[in-house]
Design a protein around this ligand. Sequence first.
Ligand SMILES: Nc1ncnc2c1ncn2[C@@H]1O[C@H](COP(=O)(O)OP(=O)(O)O)[C@@H](O)[C@H]1O
Ligand SMILES: [Mg+2]
Length: 267
Amino acid sequence: MSLLEVNNLKVHFHDAAPDRFAVDGVSFSMEEGDVLGLVGESGTGKTVTSMCIGGLLPREKADTEGSITLDGVEIFDCTQKELNRILGKELSIVFQEPMTSFNPVYRIGRQIQESLYVHEKELSADRKKELALDAMRKAGLPEPEKTWRKYPHELSGGMLQRAMIAAAIVTKPKLLLADEITTALDVSMQARILELLRKLNRETKMAILFISHDLHVVNRLCTKVIVMQRGKIVESGNTQEVFANPQHPYTKKLIAAIPSRRSTLRN
Ligand SMILES: Nc1ncnc2c1ncn2[C@@H]1O[C@H](COP(=O)(O)OP(=O)(O)O)[C@@H](O)[C@H]1O
Ligand SMILES: [Mg+2]
């Protein structure tokens, strides 16, 4: 049994044309420790796919077909209560959008330990704080004790992204879903976040589904890659092989469109 199995996933938004599927028959699987990239231009269904995996797609807005199992549990069959138990525990999602980002009125530390209050209620308050500080250290936040007391607006974009990663890993999930998390960051901060993800993957075996429209970044982080176009997977495989020898015209086009840093793709 794979950690994650997505089988013939289809999503149709009620307000879309009858033949327009945001996700149109997507299938893939992930094993423990995998680092898989999901790439494609904006609007190809990457975020909708990730929302389905997290059980976050509003059911009143879209119809879904197919199956998604996480550790053998069918996400589409879960009640809200069961989803709440999985999300933030087995699976954590970090989005680029402010949707899951921090509440401006609470201190960072409190927000990082929040999912321990949901999923690890039995732990003492001290132990929760200890685990949260540990996650902050792992996420590369300097002076965790000091950062703990800060408010979101007091952190830079890169530091906030690290704090979001800390909040995501505090419960030691088996799968981290990262949706465009480096997109808003400058190149050096991007590189540091990639290094951090690599380290977390190496040290904890946490699998990472890394969603990005930036092929350059995916090439540097992911061992396997899936290329999506208009809701469908057009190509997938070992990242190095796909990038060195793309088969599908869309993949070739995406690779050709990578700006100046293109040459480093061959490294
Ligand atoms: N809430 C929504 N209502 C209607 N259509 C949506 C909604 N969210 C996304 N879509 C549509 O689903 C498609 C895929 O979107 P998305 O998964 O966000 O793309 P990506 O993340 O690859 O940029 C797009 O065509 C988008 O218009
Ligand atoms: Mg998206």
